[in-house]
Design a protein around this ligand. Structure first.
Ligand code: ADE
Length: 263
């Protein structure tokens, strides 16, 4: 997969992508990442990339022409058709299903805005979709683009050492991940749940599923629709709610409705 990032700070993305799973995906030839600076495509001595907004107001708006020339150069660098994504808080929220969709693209172009944004006409003409990484405002799209690069890189075949781990991630099946433990077994902070040392794979899988269901119900009730859960999952969730852990998780010991979501 090839990802081109258009940004006034292309080195930032290169730095982010040099480590860990993303760095390894690059070394293994699974992902090639290219940074492009619209300033290199701006005219004049000052290589201006922004101007004041029509209608007044604070901040600056990124100009059409440097971005358009930059995107043209990006397209000319490789003939493979590219999906152009603009990172912005006005975009559709990124989730794991969208990450999977993007990870399957041969070529992705991530456009990062700075200042107040980008001239809307450029977005209308050049961008396929707008994506947000959450309901908060960053000072530019670079961190958001780095999030997309990371999430997409780890889904490339061969990027992870243990092929299982992407499958077991949070959200891959719509639920949060179960808790994990490692040595030592006994610690002043508490013991490891006995079932994990039983060697009984069916019991372990059942416990993990129950934990995933319980955590999702408790922490992210928006992700879980009990009515559409398979009967086996519904039964596991009821078992979790009635367990000491489930009862304790609810302030008044009431097992039933999930607590109010903060915010
Ligand atoms: N640029 C600024 N804020 C952003 C956000 N929340 N998501 C994506 N891009 C952004």
């Amino acid at each position: 997969m090839r990802i081109d990032v258009v940004s006034l700070f292309p080195d930032f993305i290169a730095q982010c992508a040099a480590f860990g799973v993303v760095g390894r995906a690059g070394e293994r030839g699974l992902l090639s990442l290219h940074g492009w600076n619209p300033r290199d495509h701006a005219e004049g001595n000052y290589r201006r990339v922004d101007d004041r907004p029509f209608g007044g107001g604070p901040g600056m708006v990124m100009l059409i022409d440097p971005l358009r020339a930059c995107l043209r150069a990006v397209r000319e660098a490789d003939p493979a058709p590219a999906r152009v994504v603009y990172m912005s808080p006005q975009g559709r929220p990124l989730d794991q299903a969208k990450v999977r969709e993007l990870a399957a693209c041969e070529r992705l172009v991530l456009l990062c805005g700075r200042y107040e944004g980008v001239d809307e006409r450029l977005l209308q003409a050049e961008v396929d979709e707008e994506l947000s990484i959450g309901d908060y405002v960053l000072s530019g799209g670079e961190l958001a683009a780095a999030v997309v690069v990371d999430a997409v890189a780890r889904l490339q075949d061969g990027a992870l050492n243990d092929a299982e781990s992407a499958v077991q991630d949070s959200f891959e099946d719509g639920l949060l991940d179960c808790p994990h433990y490692t040595r030592p077994v006994d610690h002043e902070l508490g013991p490891v749940p006995e079932v994990l040392m039983s060697g009984n794979h069916a019991r372990i899988a059942r416990w993990r599923r129950m934990q995933s269901l319980g955590r999702t119900w408790l922490r992210r009730p928006d992700l879980i629709d009990e009515a559409t859960l398979p009967a086996a999952d519904r039964a596991l969730l009821e078992e979790w709610k009635a367990s000491p852990e489930g009862v304790q998780a609810l302030p008044d010991g009431r097992a039933g409705e999930p607590p109010e979501q903060a915010g």
